[in-house]
Ligand binder design. Sequence first.
Ligand SMILES: C=C(O[C@@H]1C=C(C(=O)O)C=C[C@H]1O)C(=O)O
Length: 373
Amino acid sequence: MTDARDPNSAAQPQGHLGQLDDLREQVDQINLQLLDLLSRRGELVAEIGRLKSSEGGTKFYDPKREEDQLRLVRQANRGPFTDAAISAMFKEIFKASLDLEETREQRKLLVSRKQKSEDTVLTIGDVRIGGSEAPVLIAGPCAIESEGQMDQTAALVKELGGGILRGGAYKPRTSPYGFQGMGVDGLQLGRKVADRHGMQFMTEVMDTRDVEVVAQYADILQIGARNMHNFSLLREVGAVRRPVLLKRGLSATMEEWLYAAEYILSGGNENVIMCERGIRTFEKWTRNTLDLSAVALIKQESHLPVVVDVTHAAGRRDLLLPLARAALAVGADGIHVEVHPQPATAMSDNEQQLDFEGFRQFVAGLNLISKQR
Ligand SMILES: C=C(O[C@@H]1C=C(C(=O)O)C=C[C@H]1O)C(=O)O
């Protein structure tokens, strides 16, 4: 753009350039000062965060305090930035500061690998789950319906290498008129049949009032997907010493799921198994979308064992085997699957439970449980 024939054109840009360099130099200096101030502010905020958590707080966000600060800076603002621009910048600072407080808090989560680097391995009777143990098979009918149904199923699951018998005595049904489960009679049946076959018995607990009785009969308490956000229930199972299988909520993020587990661990119960069972998405050809990245990621973030419930993940039998294989390939510590002697006449979930022949094929296709255990 400069013209050598114009005596001013060479001199002028040089003068401007000198001025530009000088201004930029000043801006660089101010950036460093701002950085220093921001870092010092960050240290103070982190200290505030430590104070808050030492007082037992888990909430760091304080909108009133932020609003008070914004008012002060707006009052002091003499331009050239508008109040709105200044507010926006300070809000960014508050947000980043909050992250700083929460990250420090997360480092302390009991479920986190940052807290405990080695894998948690649970010993439940003669079943071991997690770490380098062979993957476990958890199988049984959706609902406990009769002794015959449980007995036949247990015999088959045991024969094929499964150590944990599942069966619901309390059923979370979409309709209040659907079969709600056999209750305590079901618990007693499940216990009796599991003992007869030398198996561990897992069943769902839905209500804080039932935790005691379920813990009396079951070896593993299951928290269903619909109850993952039921914090009273999580606290209640945190107070017992029975292992808990915690299903991921229908629309829960991994972080929410880990926090749900944290409720249980922080209550003193460290025996938690995470269970991925598919999440709700826009997809209609499967009942849910199995989130395999969650299996790999939760195992990375947490020391807890992770199993995959293939039955609810897909909601269709033809996908059970490929999904189970994929789950094991990404590191799942076990597979949960529903099997029923006559799925067509089952009291619940008759679309997705395997019949005995289907279950045999499923386990043969998985080709590891009986081999490795
Ligand atoms: C640092 C605090 O925590 C959070 C961060 C704030 C900040 O960066 O100034 C203000 C309020 C809180 O949302 C505090 O409560 O003072």
